[in-house]
Write a protein that binds this ligand. Structure first.
Ligand code: NAD
Length: 257
């Protein structure tokens, strides 16, 4: 229980990687604050489940990451933030000359600007506590590009830049700021695409995963949310105290190509 006594805020954590990271932080003993923009009984039930399973304090706070003041209010409402995981993110695929401007703005707001706002709100709390960890969930697309993902690739590259800047501004304090860059991770969202891809390509599940979905991931295996969560726990551990301003790829070799 290395993270006992720490409070972690994880944005966009009612599903997928965010929930997986929250689970691993709770397993390591951290109290957790879950978040998304919805405010449904099932969102709050996720926090109750973590309390029961790991014996930590857990709650769910609704806040929309498209809005900077809501992002700051999330941190203020949590009241304490030793570990900040900026995970909320969306995707849209279209050629740059056809990319809807409102969708561009929304992706930049959620995938990049919300992290600026949560970090700005969290740093004073980390300084007061004398310790802090910022973990930004970027992407292999924070380091490389793909066609038709202009907003996502721009936001994730921006997030890597923000990570380095915050690391330099906090370098002399017991605060670190790093980015995890996942390749393709098997989340419910990705799982749901498999039947359609099987149909479109006339392939079985394993073949469509290997040949189509994981074409750029040399391991030909998805990363898991537990692996991303475990990496976040490592970045919060004493062993990672001097790791700051960097990216850790969890991508099966994607960015080595
Ligand atoms: P997901 O759709 O399961 O998770 C996204 C989370 O963000 C959800 O909890 C959603 O409710 C939340 N969210 C969306 N809009 C929001 C808003 N306006 N305010 C607050 N929360 C909001 O997808 P995921 O695959 O788990 O993605 C999580 C993060 O990981 C994203 O930043 C994504 O870019 C990144 N990522 C995912 C993969 C992958 O293969 N799944 C790979 C690399 C990076």
């Amino acid at each position: 229980m290395t993270l006992a006594g720490k409070t972690a805020i994880i944005t966009g954590s009612n599903s997928g990687i965010g929930l997986g990271v929250a689970r691993e932080l709770a397993r390591a003993g951290a109290d957790v604050v879950l978040n998304s923009f919805t405010d449904r009984p099932e969102d709050h039930a996720l926090a109750d489940d973590l309390c029961r399973e790991f014996g930590v304090a857990a709650r769910y706070i609704a806040a929309d990451m498209t809005d900077g003041s809501s992002a700051r209010a999330l941190v203020a409402q949590a009241g304490r933030c030793d570990i900040l995981v900026n995970n909320a993110g969306i995707q849209h695929v279209a050629p740059v000359d056809e990319f809807p401007p409102a969708t561009w703005d929304r992706i930049i707001a959620i995938n990049l600007s919300s992290s600026f706002h949560t970090i700005a709100a969290a740093l004073p709390l980390m300084r007061k506590a004398g310790w802090g960890r910022v973990v930004n969930i970027a992407s292999a697309h924070g380091l490389t590009a793909s066609p038709f993902k202009s907003a996502y690739v721009s936001a994730k590259h921006g997030l890597v830049g923000l990570t380095k800047t915050v690391a330099l501004e906090t370098a002399e304090e017991a605060i670190t700021c790093n980015a995890i860059c996942p390749g393709y991770v098997l989340t419910p969202l990705v799982e749901a695409q498999i039947p359609d891809q099987m149909k479109a390509h006339g392939m079985g599940r394993d073949e469509v995963i290997r040949k189509v979905m994981l074409e750029r991931q040399p391991s030909r295996q998805f990363a898991t949310v537990e692996e991303i969560g475990g990496t976040a726990v490592f970045l919060c551990s004493a062993a990672a105290a001097q790791i700051t301003g960097t990216t850790i790829s969890v991508d099966g070799g994607w960015t080595a190509l």
